[in-house]
Write a protein that binds this ligand. Structure first.
Ligand SMILES: [Zn+2]
Length: 231
């Protein structure tokens, strides 16, 4: 049986990499300095680099089912590990070490994780079931429809933004005007991100929005190269 994955690895090394080699070598020499922490759902149809026109070195990415943000665990302050908080660790690293200027929480349409908040998961997935607790506050007391699913997906994004503000280092940077939070809902079939406007309390299509998030809005510090084209 042909090993398709192996073929793809070789194709990358032999054909794709030479075109972006300089970029990667710069990133190794100078280190990574991404300005954006992207917290996105694991859904395969959500492609952060395509959405944002970014490439190597520009996004620090953490993805999980639902694009959820766990609560900041106060016990961590006292050196006691209360669990393996991968998403929480990534947030701390991005804000404290990388000093990112933007955090994007990106949910999306047709989200299986959000749908599971209504339909439940089987007993053979206890970790998934526990993880979904992070979205339960977004659930509406209605029958699940396409409209209810979309509203819940958007409410879940706002819920995660609120939880992010409970992280001391996030709140500190936001208050200092050094960090902007962005709540996004990507509609897969339209190719359009709807951004949360905190003043309107609503999601606005990027095509008619005046900004990309909840501010303050620092200029995007990415450089001018278009890695998507380079690929
Ligand atoms: Zn999803």
């Amino acid at each position: 049986m042909p090993d398709e994955l192996l073929a793809r690895l070789r194709r990358f090394h032999d054909h794709t990499f030479p075109g972006v080699q300089d970029r990667f070598q710069d990133l190794v020499r100078d280190g990574q300095h991404p300005t954006i922490l992207f917290i996105g759902c694991s859904d395969s149809r959500l492609v952060p680099y395509l959405l944002t026109g970014t490439g190597p070195g520009e996004l620090f990415i953490v993805r999980n089912v639902g694009a959820f943000v766990p609560p900041y665990d106060i016990r961590a302050q006292h050196g006691q590990l209360a669990g393996f908080h991968g998403t929480t660790a990534a947030i701390e690293y991005a804000v404290l070490n990388l000093k990112v200027a933007h955090i994007i929480v990106c949910g999306h349409s047709h989200c299986g994780g959000v749908r599971a908040l209504y339909e439940g998961v089987g007993p053979d997935a206890p970790n998934l079931n526990a993880w979904l607790d992070l979205g339960r506050e977004a659930v509406l007391p209605v029958q699940l429809t396409d409209e209810a699913l979309r509203r819940t997906e958007q409410r879940a994004v706002v819920l995660q933004l609120e939880r992010l503000m409970d992280y001391p280092m996030v709140r500190r940077q936001v208050d200092a005007g050094q960090l902007a939070l962005h709540g996004w809902h990507y509609v897969i079939e339209d190719g359009e991100v709807h951004v949360f406007d905190v003043h309107q309390g609503a999601f606005v299509p990027a095509s008619s929005s005046e900004h990309s998030g909840t501010g303050p809005f620092l200029p995007f510090a990415g450089d001018d190269i278009s890695p998507v084209d380079a690929w």
